[in-house]
Design a protein. Structure first.
Length: 428
């Protein structure tokens, strides 16, 4: 259970998050579909082989909740970052996806694929459609006024409700393994939102993301336990899933606790780097959990990863312009801060996000090689940018020094564009 006071809604005050055990909170959430009775007390059946499970092939109906969750998560992340271009694209994508989801479910209801009680199902679908329209309206409100924290909080809560309802509609078409992969995706989306919120000092978004992380972890573990107790997995896959769940239980609570400190010390780059490293470790564990049942989640995050890289590229370009402007004005303090932001925070984050976007099967592709080459060139140019900036700030009117810095910044901007263009091809 997530505890947060009304003061947490004030972005100027620090967030306090506490997780306490509550039997009512877990029982209130919909339990995962169990396809067979528990086999906990049955002796394990002999196995001829213990091979990895085949990759999961998802049905369009079963995938509706995952599609919706990914689209909404992108809107919320873009809102937190206050990136108008990405936010406009995300809103358009969400509206189109919601219309497609409703149409897809209507078609399947008519075919008899969905709930056999057609009248009840179509009525429920009508309610869901109204909720989706409200969700789109709230998203547009947040986009037009990023300081409207109350609307952002309502958007997160409503989106979680829509996602839960979509889950309940689609679960009848999902195996336990597919349900587990869906839960992993939700956990990754909320972890990304929490990271964005911590980086931006947005306590409201952090509260919503933390609440959903904790609730979804309960669902994820319940599904995992059914798989561990059942006979769908081989011994090694069961061991891999068990190990993954234990790691998740160990890593997530301290990560959530660290949010409080990151929000209090929002300018502490080293502290945020620690937080981001912890988030990456949790993502790796979530990937292990999905792989134990034959699922992949990184590939389904391609669009989100590309958006994150583009945002990091924009930030690095903006800092380059700020650096040149500050050096031209002779503002040594501003130059120092801009260099610190580029070299200690923005550029390392860009490289990490770009490399994380490339799935294992494409790590040796030509696009991945082009991406690595852009990164190498950038890391050669950054020390030159620092030297040229420090030279110019000492003699701001020196035209030759300004020309040299401008030339370096132009080369950096070109390689940033090359990197941004390579990522979708390497991660697709």
């Amino acid at each position: 259970e997530l505890e947060a006071t009304s003061e947490d809604m004030n972005k100027d005050k620090p967030l306090h998050i506490a997780i306490t055990s509550s039997s009512s909170s877990s029982s209130a959430r919909q339990q995962p579909q169990q396809r067979r009775p528990s086999n906990r007390n049955k002796p394990e059946a002999p196995r001829v082989q213990d091979l990895p499970p085949p990759p999961i092939e998802e049905s369009p109906v079963g995938n509706v909740a995952a599609v919706h969750n990914n689209k909404v998560a992108r809107v919320i992340r873009a809102s937190i970052r206050r990136n108008p271009e990405d936010l406009a694209d995300a809103l358009k994508s969400l509206a189109a996806a919601d219309e497609e989801l409703i149409e897809e479910m209507r078609k399947n209801a008519k075919k008899g694929v969905m709930d056999p009680a057609k009248a009840a199902f179509l009525a429920m679908l009508g309610d869901l459609e109204n909720m989706m329209h409200e969700e789109t309206d709230l998203a547009n409100t947040v986009a037009s006024n990023p300081d409207d924290l109350e609307s952002l909080s309502k958007l997160q809560a409503l989106s979680a409700d829509v996602g839960d309802r979509l889950d309940s509609l689609s679960k009848q078409h999902l195996s336990l393994a597919e349900q587990l992969v869906a839960a992993v995706r939700k956990e990754q989306n909320d972890l990304d939102i929490l990271t964005e919120a911590a980086n931006s000092g947005n306590a409201v978004a952090a509260i919503g993301a933390t609440k959903h992380l904790v609730q979804n972890q309960q669902d994820l573990i319940a599904i995992a336990n059914m798989l561990i107790e059942g006979d769908d997995l081989g011994q090694s896959q069961r061991a891999q899933l068990t190990a993954g769940v234990k790691k998740l239980e160990i890593l997530l609570p301290p990560q959530i606790a660290l949010v409080n400190e990151v929000l209090r010390k929002n300018q502490d780059d080293a502290l945020f780097a620690t937080f981001e490293t912890g988030a990456d470790k949790i993502k790796d564990v979530l990937e292990e959990i999905a792989k134990s049942v034959g699922g992949r989640v990184r590939g389904n995050r391609a669009h989100a990863d590309v958006a994150e890289v583009k945002e990091a590229v924009r930030q690095e370009k903006d800092l380059g312009r700020l650096l040149a402007d500050s050096a031209t004005k002779g503002d040594a303090k501003a130059v120092d801060q801009a260099l610190k932001d580029v070299n200690s925070k923005v550029h390392p984050a860009l490289v990490a996000k770009a490399r994380r976007s490339v799935p294992e099967q494409k790590a040796q592709s030509a696009a991945a090689a082009a991406m690595d080459e852009s990164i190498r060139k950038l890391e050669d140019l950054l020390p030159k940018q620092e030297t040229a900036s420090r030279d110019l700030v000492k003699t701001p009117r020196d035209a030759s020094k300004k020309s040299k810095l401008d030339s370096i910044n132009a080369d950096i901007a070109k390689n940033l564009d090359d990197l941004s263009n390579a990522v979708p091809k390497a991660g697709g």
